[in-house]
Every structure is written in structure tokens, then in C-alpha cells.
Design a protein around this ligand. Structure first.
Ligand code: NG1
Ligand code: MG
Length: 514
């Protein structure tokens, strides 16, 4: 941590800027059970598939978001930390061949797929396959090079690839960003870009854009923390441009991740869930801006996110903090809007035309129209503004050395509980299993518990005092997981993969085999 600069307060500092290249496994991982075996397995799969060794390994972790849900795509900062579980991509350039061959250690579940070398090739969203994430990263790697060094973009070359992922999929821990970020780093490295040229924030930004090829209109949190995460600290990630400040968590804080086991496969459910929320926020922002004085044309041109409305709110209400913004929404927006009503407010413009360049949003609109869905815009916007405020408060509490640790932990827990309530009641992104698990966690002594990631299934994160962790895990086992073992949904020896205490881990890195 010696390259970190202090940044305003004694407690927060910036992450190091470029991707480190290591030659020893133990430098990349400080705590990863079964490490040697895992890399032997990857090397063996590589040898079997292609004969020989990979040129480089790229790794990128999943993450747990501590607070700040569904606000990254609205321009607001979030507060995640990287977790130990990661995806490793072993890669080698194969000059003279004309294919991307993408294999996986778990070949039965993730069969080998082949693609052409054209960086402009489309990603087949209609037939979602696991390797779509690799192809998206491949395309994104060339886009990054075209913008960062337009005069020396390397020629495409055949690539041989073996992937191994540990982040549980569909669980809100961002297995998707782990594979996109590691794949992008692997491709850049195989194309000959030296690590000293790999700016973490630039790769994160490119990986965020690239992941959208998979069909989810996502924000940039996951790629940012997967790239820039740092051992021992959480990170306040902000956007436009993407940047991070490390946040030291109060002493004695432990975060426990528990998987509700309701699978939320975002790439497939996006039109009804994730992408629909992104559309709702956009519409709420435009209508709010119009209530505050812009005409339809100005609003559609200038307002992309709820954050963009802040200056208009400040003008009318004298401030633009979270509470003021939420209050402005309550005063200005109605509860529900049908598509026809919104189009009328926009002077007869068709929503389909407005979103014409955004295929992910168009699919969401088509589903909404077919379902005669009405958009609860007030609730959505109140969630975003109040959640953004909670992120700032969370960081402030972490940095407030004048409060005793125990008091800080209680405050953080309270913010996490409020966040869950807002996700469930205003944003509609929880589900029965998540609500049940959150209730069990609170009953078992969590200072705070909430869903993490996009929601609709996946994991919860709970804040536990270090000395309470063992008892807490035992209670979760009894009250949530035991019945699932008895019912045959999980094998007893898999339990540690479904709920575990976690520590902030380091972000993406490259590793050169000896
Ligand atoms: P998950 O579902 O954990 O991958 C998604 C988005 C984030 C963010 C959260 C909700 C992607 C890649 N990630 O995370 O950008 O919006 O939901 O806070 O879609
Ligand atoms: Mg994801």
C-alpha cells in the first residue's frame, strides 16, 4: 500500500493506477484455499486443449456491494468491495490461426466455442452463451486500443483461451464483470500491450461498455471495483469519469455474504427487470426536468440521468442533496404512468423512437407495452436519490474517527437496512427469498442486512461484529440452509460456498507463468 496517496482524510486514499504483473501466485493472492491445485488444473486444461503453456493469466474478482444499489447507471457513486472469488483467463496468441477458441476448465457445463477474429463481429444476444462475455471483452479490447492508441492498433491474431471462474453465477456477486474484466486484460496482454500501459480506470470503463454487448444496459460499478479493488479496503466508486477512493471500514466489521439460492440470470431477464429499471429512471428524469421548467425537446436532449436534474432542483429548491431531490420528486411526479400518458407529456413523441439506438431499452419497452405495464416513476426516483445519499453517509461514518467503532457499526447497519427497505418497497428488486434471508439475518444479530447486486434473487450482505460471526453463521445454517440440504437442493459439503464471511480483496492482475 505504499503507493497510495492520502486524499483529504487520513483514512481514504486512491488505488494504484495500472494493472500489476506478477510472477508468483503468492503475490497475487494472499488468501485463497487450494490455489496451487487450481492453477495446475487450469494449466492442465490448457495443455490438453492446445499443447503447451499459456502466455499469461489474467484474473479479476467478483464483488459485493455494501451500499448504493441501482444508482450507478444514474451517475451516482457506490460503495462495493472486491471479494476473493475470481475468474482466471489463461491465454496465448496463436499466430497463423484464424479463430478465437474459448474453452473452460468446467467443459461439461461451459463447452468450448469458436469465433472469428473480426473485432466488429456481433454478439448473439438471442442465443445467450457463456462465451458471449469473452467475445464482448474481445470487441471492447479493440475499442479501447482504437481510442487510446489509434495509430498503433495491433492486428487481430488467433487466440487460445481457457477460463476458470469461482464467482457463483446469477448471484449478484458479479461473475459477469469478473469474466469480462479478466478476458479483456487477457486479450490486451495477448495482443502485446504491456501492463504499464494498462490503466485500470480506462480498462474498467471499456469493460463496462463492452459488457453491454451481452444485452444488459448496466452501470459501471462492477467493472470498476473488479479492476481497481484493493486488499483490506472498500471503495467509493464514482463515475464520469470512473474513479475510486479507498474507504477503510471500522475495526471489528465483518461482512457475511449469503446466497438466497433464487437464481437471477440478468442477461435473460433484463427486458422485464434490469433494463426496465434503467428506462424508468430515464423517463422519471426527463419528466421531472420538464416539471422544473425544461420543454420536451430540451429535456430529451440534455437529461440522461436523474443526476442530470440536480441543477434544476437546486434552482427551485435551493439545494440538491438527497433529501431535497427526493422531496422534489414527491412533489412533482405522479405515482404511475402508462406509456400513452408519457408519450403525450412528451408532445406526442413515441418512446420507441426515443430509445431507437438502445436495443436493450427497446426490448424492455416492448415487454412493458405487451404487459400494459404502468411505470411507478415516483418510487423509482425517490429510491435513487435517497440511496445516493446513503452512500455518502456510509462513507462519512467510516471516516468519522471521532465516533467509537461500535457506534459506527450500528450506524452503518442502519443505513444498510434502509437501503434494503428502499430496494424492496420503492425499487421492486427484492424477492421473497431475499426478504426472508434478510429477516433471518437481522434476527440472528446482524447490525444491518440487505440484498446486494441487482437483486430479484442472488445474495444478501450482512454486517456482523467480528465476535458474533460464528454464532451468526450457525443461525443462518439452521434457519435458512438446513432445510435446503434436507430437501436435497444443496449437498452438505457445498454449504461454505453459499454463506461465508468475506474480506475486501485485491482487484485485477496479470500473472506470468514461470
Ligand atoms: P449484478 O447483478 O451484481 O451484476 C448489476 C449491475 C451494476 C449495478 C447493480 C445494481 C451489471 C454488470 N451490473 O449488478 O452495474 O447496477 O446491478 O446496483 O449489469
Ligand atoms: Mg452481472
Amino acid at each position: 500500500v505504499d503507493d497510495m496517496k492520502s486524499e483529504g482524510t487520513a483514512l481514504s486514499f486512491k488505488p494504484s493506477p495500472t494493472v500489476p504483473l506478477f510472477t508468483d501466485l503468492m503475490d497475487v493472492y494472499t488468501d485463497s484455499p487450494g490455489l496451487e491445485d487450481r492453477f495446475t488444473q487450469i494449466a492442465t486444461a490448457f495443455e490438453l486443449a492446445y499443447g503447451g503453456k499459456p502466455g499469461v493469466y489474467a484474473r479479476a474478482p467478483g464483488r459485493v456491494n455494501l451500499i448504493g444499489e441501482h444508482i450507478d447507471y444514474e451517475g451516482y457513486g457506490v460503495l462495493p468491495m472486491a471479494i476473493r472469488q475470481d475468474t482466471v483467463v489463461a491465454i496465448r496468441a496463436a499466430p497463423g490461426t484464424d479463430k478465437l477458441v474459448v474453452g473452460n476448465v468446467e467443459a461439461a457445463k461451459y463447452p468450448t466455442l469458436e469465433f472469428g477474429l473480426d473485432p466488429e463481429q456481433p454478439v448473439d444476444v438471442a442465443n445467450h452463451s457463456w462465451a458471449n462475455y469473452f467475445v464482448s471483452a474481445y470487441k471492447g479490447a479493440f475499442e479501447l486500443l482504437k481510442s487510446s492508441r489509434p495509430d498503433s492498433v495491433p492486428e487481430p491474431v488467433g487466440l487460445q483461451v481457457i477460463v476458470h471462474g469461482q464467482v457463483p453465477t446469477g448471484s449478484g456477486l458479479s461473475s459477469s464483470a469478473a469474466i469480462v474484466c479478466s478476458s479483456m486484460l487477457a486479450v490486451l496482454s495477448a495482443l502485446g500491450v504491456p501492463p504499464s500501459e494498462l490503466d485500470k480506470a480506462a480498462v474498467a470503463e471499456a469493460a463496462c461498455k463492452a459488457e453491454r454487448y451481452v444485452g444488459v444496459t448496466s452501470g459501471g460499478m462492477d467493472q470498476a471495483i473488479s479492476m481497481m479493488g484493493q486488499q483490506g479496503v472498500a471503495m467509493h466508486v464514482e463515475f464520469n469519469p470512473v474513479r475510486g477512493v479507498c474507504v477503510v471500514l471500522p475495526e471489528g466489521a465483518t461482512f457475511v455474504i449469503a446466497n438466497s439460492m433464487a437464481v437471477s440470470n440478468k442477461a435473460e431477464t433484463a427486458p422485464k427487470r434490469y433494463n426496465l429499471r434503467v428506462v424508468e429512471c430515464r423517463l422519471a428524469a426527463v419528466l421531472l426536468a420538464m416539471k422544473l421548467g425544461l420543454n420536451a425537446e430540451e429535456a430529451l436532449e440534455k437529461i440522461r440521468t436523474l443526476r442530470d436534474v440536480e441543477p434544476l432542483i437546486a434552482e427551485k429548491y435551493g439545494a440538491a442533496d438527497g433529501a431535497t431531490c427526493a422531496n422534489a420528486v414527491s412533489e412533482q411526479l405522479g405515482e404511475q404512468y402508462g406509456i400513452a400518458e408519457i408519450e403525450e407529456a412528451l408532445g406526442g413523441r413515441k418512446l420507441g423512437d426515443l430509445f431507437a439506438c438502445e436495443p436493450g431499452s427497446l426490448r424492455a419497452l416492448a415487454v412493458a407495452e405487451a404487459d400494459k405495464y404502468s411505470f411507478p416513476l415516483k418510487k423509482r426516483a425517490v429510491h435513487v436519490y435517497s440511496e445516493a445519499q446513503r452512500v455518502l453517509e456510509f462513507r462519512t461514518v467510516c471516516e468519522d474517527a471521532s465516533l467509537p467503532s461500535s457506534e459506527r457499526l450500528e450506524k452503518l447497519g442502519g443505513l444498510m437496512n434502509d437501503s434494503h427497505g428502499s430496494c424492496a418497497d420503492l425499487y421492486g428488486c427484492s424477492c421473497d427469498e431475499l426478504d426472508e434471508l434478510v429477516a433471518i439475518a437481522r434476527g440472528a444479530g446482524a447490525l444491518g442486512a440487505r440484498l446486494t447486486g441487482a437483486g430479484w434473487g442472488g445474495c444478501t450482505v450482512s454486517l456482523i461484529r467480528e465476535e458474533d460471526v460464528e454464532g451468526f453463521l450457525a443461525a443462518l445454517r439452521d434457519k435458512y440452509f438446513k432445510a435446503r440440504v434436507e430437501g436435497g437442493t444443496i449437498a452438505a459439503d457445498q454449504l461454505p460456498e453459499f454463506f461465508f464471511a468475506t474480506k475486501p480483496s485485491s482487484g485485477a492482475a496479470l500473472l506470468k507463468p514461470d
